[in-house]
Design a protein around this ligand. Sequence first.
Ligand SMILES: [Zn+2]
Length: 418
Amino acid sequence: MRIETLLNKCLPLKSFVYSNVRLDEGEFRDKLVVTIRPRKNGVVLCSCCSKEGSVYDRLSVRAFDFVPLWNIRVVFEYKMRRVNCSHCGVKVEKIPWATGKSHTTTAFQLFLAQWARKLSWKETAETFGSCWDTVYRSVKRVVNYGLAHRNLDGITAIGVDEVQYGRGQKYITLVYQIDEGMRRLLYVGRKRTTKTLLRFFFEFGKKRTALLKFICSDMWAPYLKVIRKKAPQALNILDRFHIVGHLTKAVNQVRIDEVKKLKQDGYDESVLRHTKYCFLKNPENLTDKQQVKLDDVLDYDLKSVRAYLLKESFQLFWNYKSPYWAEWYLEKWCGRAMRSRLEPIKKFVKTIRNHQPLILNWFKAKKQYSSGVVEGLNRKVNLVTRKAFGFRSYEVLKIALFHTMGNLPEPESTHRFC
Ligand SMILES: [Zn+2]
């Protein structure tokens, strides 16, 4: 079987012909060069308006990278023509295997983008004899196609989340769809200001916003303000994941302060050494070593231990079913926590009290949106941001996030190459 036959099966061309295939043996890597020529009586289309025109002239040969065959680079060579278009004037012609000025075929772009979900972008480039830049541009193209063709109908529940990235205090705002059966990233915005979230609602549109029933978010004031203003009909739920996160931070602060104080006053602080994760992790996630350490430290009368026990008793709050009893427990807990004389914990209580109705909304929503949803998505985002792709640039990060979490439709193709 000839390679031309295989090509005609995988990527049939209407107005063009695969006319010749030759193997160029290179010093580092061989390549298969596929020459394409226009089919006799084939039409020539304007790349601007896709309408038929007449041939104006021919340009020099252009090469396009195609999906490698048996680890041999495959290159299409074609002498591009210019079209005399009655609408646009003289323009370069439209070709079915690539778009714009790209030297990578659409099929290869899709191939790279699909692999870039399984491997890092660097690994993808290395594996398929490409470069990081081409992988990035391929992913970007597939993502942009997906964003233009995605369906945003029927969204009733969203989660708003913020994530730190790069060096320093740089934030991005993320909006997810968290409906049962459809969880995906909907929006990425720079910073975490009022403006950032307002832009989401602007892009999302009034009609769709009016259909929202639940919005999960953190206690971040700018978000709460925008949600109140733009989607007053939706139940704003402060999600468990973020609340627990704030409490965990407070417990850690108590421990840090205590270690410092003990050292200052000349006491032995060794009992608190290596206890950070013993206090922060959920008991069921502790390693055996951490469990022994925790059992040991709990025997001491320490502020850190008191903070830890308060954190553990706070977990019971989430077990309540009725909003009434949940509130009763929360108030009881807050009273006890205020009497603890632990400053970071008291600060946490104040935040909780300021947001009590929104926290109780979770029980009103019958716990539909468990912490697991937002937490799982948040974890995935952190995985993407941490991968060493050179994601210090916001634009690249945004593309990578949509690529892995956007659940976006992909451009149609005649053949799946991977
Ligand atoms: Zn035209």
